[in-house]
Design a binder for this molecule. Structure first.
Ligand code: HEM
Length: 92
């Protein structure tokens, strides 16, 4: 049996409105980096990289939005990691 960390991270009883990307969320109970003895060794590096990337995006491209409807984004499948196949954006 394989539990889905990603699924747990969308639990609406822990994360209100889980499909909204809210950078100000304060809930620290997510499982993105796993849990227990195999907790991600690169978690601190990953957090630092993500903070830098998100700051650059917000500062340099403050109006960045999807160039289309969110429902039209195609997602990859067939792997444990799911991501947008393409993510066209435009400057606001
Ligand atoms: C956003 C970026 C990342 C995410 C979401 C992530 C997520 C995870 C997760 C969920 C696990 C636990 C897997 C399990 O329980 O079997 C894990 C383990 C691990 N991660 Fe990451 N990771 C990230 C970045 C990184 C980086 C940047 C490094 C190294 C530079 C790294 C190194 C590792 C290692 C070595 C383990 C295995 C730890 C062990 O089994 O004891 N990760 N990661």
């Amino acid at each position: 049996m394989i539990a889905s960390f990603a699924g747990a991270n969308f639990d609406p009883s822990v994360f209100p409105d889980p499909h909204t990307m809210d950078l100000r969320r304060e809930t620290a109970q997510h499982l993105a980096f796993g849990r227990g003895p195999h907790y991600c060794l690169g978690a601190n590096l990953a957090r630092m990289e993500l903070q830098e990337i998100l700051c650059v995006l917000v500062r340099r491209l403050p109006g960045l939005t999807l160039a289309g409807a969110a429902e039209d984004v195609r997602w990859t499948s067939g792997s444990i990691i799911i991501r947008p196949a393409r993510l066209p954006v435009r400057k606001g």
